[in-house]
Design a binder for this molecule. Structure first.
Ligand SMILES: C[S@@+](CC[C@H](N)C(=O)[O-])C[C@H]1O[C@@H](n2cnc3c(N)ncnc32)[C@H](O)[C@@H]1O
Length: 327
């Protein structure tokens, strides 16, 4: 059965908000991850990268880890009706497997999807609809960090059902001081939330971080982040790319790896009704991933009011899955 797709556009994606947050990004030199997914060309470049390198697709150990986590969490919904809330699903490769596992034990009555990228939102809704012929997925186009939970739940009578929420592959792209307080505001008590986060081994963190630099410094990744420059009207040839590792000085906070773009010449960028000037040597953090080790991640969740019910860590320590519930 093919349903028309219903998408609500959240105010966090209004043109005014979009342009002011883009301007802030350009002036501060800290480019939020969302600006790497907001056009069809960026999305296609990301999907190519994701298919080729995602550990949950390429590494059988990580795939099994996700399947084990999904089976464990879904068992809690056995014999009940449920709602599925898929946050930032991208191409939904993990999320489809999770919904499939939930379908096997529970009657899924509502599906909501929140994404910043319209192509990825539509694709993932389509994938979810294929699995649940009688449920029409509701889509929300918005910035997760800015979206109020009430906008997702407005005009919805289903909020009494148990909810399984997924948030894979994205928490580590937000600054921790912003994302954890947002999670605490966003989720409701008793909702079961499954989060997948990029990790780093607890021991030898510095060496491990150095060894994973290569994941950010390779032609497909450079092609992907270059789209941001190209769509701004900048030639990537005006600067060079480099990776920067920042080690956390506090054991309970994450370290980070950024792909930086350093201008090799002064660049003037026409911007709405003004000109932004970037002197030679200006460095933009074009894409940043925070890397957590398990104790620091558990600390962040606990100090923001979540109970960690269970976690799973891949052999490399690079993929962490955490099952949380607001206490
Ligand atoms: C790395 S992909 C992860 C996709 C998928 N969940 C997975 O684990 O394979 C990150 C996804 O989050 C979306 N995203 C990034 N920033 C966002 C934001 N601020 N609000 C909503 N979605 C965002 C992107 O469009 C992209 O689809």
């Amino acid at each position: 059965m093919h349903h028309p797709r219903e998408v609500v556009v959240d105010p966090s994606i209004s043109p005014a908000f979009y342009w002011s947050s883009m301007e802030q990004a350009l002036v501060s030199g800290r480019i939020p991850g969302k600006f790497h997914y907001d056009s069809p060309a960026k999305t296609l470049a990301w999907m190519e990268l994701h298919k080729a390198f995602s550990p949950a697709i390429q590494d059988p150990g990580t795939r099994n880890l996700y399947s084990t986590a999904f089976a464990t969490v879904c068992a809690q919904f056995r014999g009940q009706e449920s709602d599925f809330l898929s946050l930032c699903p991208g191409s939904a490769s993990k999320e489809v497997t999770l919904l499939d596992a939930l379908n096997k034990v529970s009657t899924v009555c509502g599906i909501k999807v929140l994404e910043f990228s319209l192509p990825l939102l539509l694709d993932s809704m389509e994938e979810f609809a294929k699995l649940n012929a009688f449920v029409r997925p509701r889509g929300f186009l918005g910035d997760f960090l800015e979206t109020k939970r009430t906008s997702l739940d407005a005009a919805d009578s289903s909020t009494e059902r148990p909810v399984l929420a997924s948030l894979f592959g994205i928490v580590h792209n937000f600054p921790h001081a912003e994302v954890f307080p947002h999670l605490a505001r966003f989720f409701r008590s008793s909702e079961q939330v499954l989060v997948g986060i990029n990790g780093v081994a607890s021991r030898g963190t510095a060496d491990h971080l150095d060894s994973i630099r290569v994941q950010y410094d390779n032609p497909p990744t450079t092609r992907w982040v270059s789209r941001f420059l190209i769509e701004l009207g900048l030639d990537p040839g005006v600067g060079k790319f480099q990776t920067v590792v920042r080690h956390s000085s506090n054991d309970m906070e994450p370290s980070s790896i950024s792909i930086q773009f350093v201008f090799a010449e002064t660049v003037r960028l026409g911007w709405l009704d003004q000109q932004l000037v970037f002197p030679s040597g200006t460095a933009w953090d074009l894409f940043t991933t925070y890397r957590y080790h398990l104790p620091s991640l558990e600390h962040q969740f606990k100090s923001h009011g979540f109970r960690v019910k269970r976690d799973w860590v891949s052999a490399s320590g690079e993929e962490i899955i955490v099952w949380i519930e607001k206490s």
